[in-house]
Design a protein around this ligand. Structure first.
Ligand code: BGC
Length: 665
């Protein structure tokens, strides 16, 4: 009989217990051989495996792995079943490579489009982020590999990310920055949570008891362990008491010593250390046990899956008719990204792989296209000859497809963007091409919104975000109509940076990031101010059309403790198979005063349905009073005032097809 965790904890020395609370190296926990406690391996990351090659001494020397769509793109699928499939594939790949915990998903809120890490994150909306994260976690963990949802919490900028103090009021935290974690913890039970580098209201996340214990464990029932982001520990003794169990990657024993001294001096109750070790061992033993199961994965199948997911994540932002392309048309591809696509971001999520380009995919499909580089992929530099070649070729073609995007140096972990623009050389070329070619299509490869001053002058815009290694096949399929675009924007695309909610405050003064916009993040802000935007939250077009009918409620009133069903029938009214993502927004029309202001509407449900031409399907959602509620800091609780609410069913946040009144209370 193997010893129980309690028996192991009782048998461990103080030194061994302190040791188990930090990593052995960059990626491993410590083993205690005399008691048969194994080490486990953790590795990045949220859209592909970045794990150190066996025998290598360089933590960045990663094995080759499959790169799936980054968070920005995966979120545009609006489909938790899809993030689940992606998670399951990652879980298989992790296990086949000896990794027991995958460091993801990353669910921080896209407070500003400037955040350098937005490409890894899902959304400006915590409901959407939470549902997608739960899918991802369930997928990974269904394969016997753990996850580490990150970065907990309010870690929404890269500027001074190691020390910045995010100053966020209680309602804003509750409504904006906690729910993605809360949903994921409650629905998917991640094995671990990764606390962030920053301070939150004065206290480092790594030693923030309200965050790591009262909320995470007390309110949400988290039963795994918390690990630090890499090097995020400030005061180790304070941290363990606050609920930070594992320090990663470790401090060469310095902090272990501090824990030992604190126990010896009586500053730290040994029971606190025992509790931390128990939580770690619960997971370590489970992980080690599951790691015994046979493991294999099919690289080619995973590549195909990456391409399929990328195709479901592409967002058709505009189409006056240039798409889909047709055989027989004279098509020119312009822009270096056609040949060398940008499909992932820099930093800890970077996967060692190669991608298929749109040009490769065109060749594979025997498409007759011309290619002109036009501008480089890695810098903002105009080459006059290339520029003119591109304009001439565009003029002579039936359709010009410009592959635009952000160079690697424009967005990456560790730095925020300074502006929201594409390189000038790209904007100028797009404008020139659009002036001579009415069928101009822009394909965007960027992890985050960019200003699109030419948007009204081109025929079509297809946003691929950072779509992973299948980007070329997916883009090809979407452009040529072999796949029907079904992605939706998981974030608002503003007209310009100056319109964004925290424009005046971001990224703060170097010490403090003041979340003065409060709950008004993303569409909550643009809707409250009735601002025009480039493309609204939830937007995305298709090659077919959808009709909504028969929207109804199961009852017109809802009482405390009850629930109500909202249904609508959606029909594919066009000629090709396609997907509609029905979105449900709730508006509080009670008129009751709300401290901090009333948000015009919030997303409380979404459902993606694939329909054949002419096919119709009933879509339904179940709402409870909590879905009507805002967080009331005076009550320290979620609160829905009695009165009237509107349930708004829409194609996007700004294209509402049916509104239903509901009385509460
Ligand atoms: C990042 C984490 C990552 C870790 C390990 C940190 O710098 O913030 O997201 O998982 O490194 O690579």
């Amino acid at each position: 009989m193997n010893p129980t965790v309690q028996e192991l904890v009782a048998a461990l020395t103080l030194e061994e217990k302190a040791g188990l609370c930090s990593g052995a190296d960059f990626w491993h926990t410590k083993a205690v051989e005399r008691l048969g406690i194994p080490a486990i391996k953790v590795s990045d990351g949220p859209h592909g495996l970045r794990t150190q090659r066996e025998g290598s001494t360089d933590p960045n020397d990663s094995i080759e792995a499959v790169c799936f769509p980054a968070g920005c793109a995966a979120a545009a699928s609006f489909d938790p079943a899809l993030t689940r499939r992606m998670g399951a594939a990652l879980g298989r790949e992790a296990r086949a490579n000896g990794v027991q915990i995958l460091l993801g998903p990353a669910v921080n809120i896209k407070r500003s489009p400037l955040c350098g890490r937005n490409f890894e994150y899902y959304s400006e909306d915590p409901y959407l982020a939470g549902e997608l994260a739960a899918g991802f976690i369930n997928g990974v963990q269904s394969e016997g590999v753990g996850t580490s949802i990150k970065h907990f919490a309010a870690n929404d900028q890269e500027t001074r990310r190691l020390s910045v103090n995010s100053r966020v009021d209680e309602r804003t935290l509750q409504e904006g920055y906690r729910p993605a974690f809360e949903t994921a913890v409650k629905k998917a039970r991640p094995w671990t949570v990764m606390c962030s580098y920053n301070r939150l209201n004065g206290s480092y996340a790594s030693e923030n008891k309200p965050l790591l214990t009262d909320i995470l464990r007390g309110a949400w029932g988290f039963d795994g362990f918390v690990m630090s982001d890499w090097g995020a520990v400030n005061d180790r003794v304070k941290g363990i008491a606050a609920g930070l169990e594992l320090e990663m990657p470790g401090s060469q024993g310095v902090n272990d010593r501090r824990l030992i001294d604190a126990v010896r001096s009586g500053a730290l109750d040994e029971a606190v250390l025992d509790r931390a070790v128990t939580r770690i061992l619960n997971i370590v033993l489970l992980a080690a046990d599951l790691a015994q199961r046979p493991a294999a994965f099919d690289r080619a199948a995973h590549h195909r899956l990456a391409a399929e997911l990328a195709a479901q994540s592409g967002v058709l932002l505009r189409n006056l008719g240039a798409l889909p392309l047709h055989r027989g048309q004279k098509v020119v591809y312009i822009g270096a990204y056609a040949d060398r696509p940008r499909y992932q971001g820099g930093g800890s999520s970077h996967v060692n792989t190669t991608a298929v380009s749109a040009l490769d995919a065109a060749l594979l499909h025997d498409r007759m296209i011309q290619y002109v580089e036009g501008f480089p992929a890695d810098r903002d530099q105009r080459d006059e000859t290339e520029f003119l070649r591109a304009v001439t070729a565009a003029e002579a073609a039936d359709v010009a497809v410009i592959f635009a995007g952000l160079p690697d140096s424009f967005e990456s972990e560790g730095a925020d963007r300074r502006h929201m623009r594409l390189p000038d050389c790209q904007n100028n070329l797009i404008a020139r091409v659009a002036a001579v070619q009415k069928n101009t299509v822009v394909v965007l490869h960027a992890g985050t919104p960019v200003e699109c001053p030419w948007a009204g002058d081109v025929s079509a815009v297809l946003c691929m975000y950072l779509a992973g290694e299948g980007v070329g096949e997916a883009t090809d399929a979407l452009l040529w109509g072999d796949a029907n675009p079904s992605g939706r924007l998981p974030e608002t695309w503003p007209l310009r940076l100056e319109d964004t909610p925290c424009y005046l405050d971001y990224p703060g003064d170097g010490r403090t990031a003041d979340y003065r916009e409060g709950v008004y993040v993303g569409y909550r802000w643009y809707d409250a101010r009735r601002m025009p935007v480039r493309w609204p939250f939830g937007h995305g077009m298709s090659y077919t059309g959808f009709v909504y009918r028969n929207a109804r409620l199961s009852a017109n009133t809802l009482a405390e403790g009850g629930e109500v069903k909202v249904c609508v029938t959606v029909k594919n009214s066009g000629a090709v198979r396609g997907a509609e993502t029905v979105q449900l927004y709730v508006s509080d029309e009670t008129g009751a005063p709300i401290a901090g202001g009333r948000v015009p509407q919030v997303l409380r449900g979404f459902s993606k349905v694939w329909l054949d031409p002419g096919e119709e399907r009933k879509v339904d959602f179940t709402l409870t009073p909590r879905d009507l509620a805002h967080y009331d800091p005076a009550r320290h609780a979620w609160y829905a005032a009695p009165g009237r609410y509107l349930l708004r069913l829409g194609h996007t946040s700004r294209d509402i097809r049916a509104s239903l009144g509901l009385n509460f209370g």
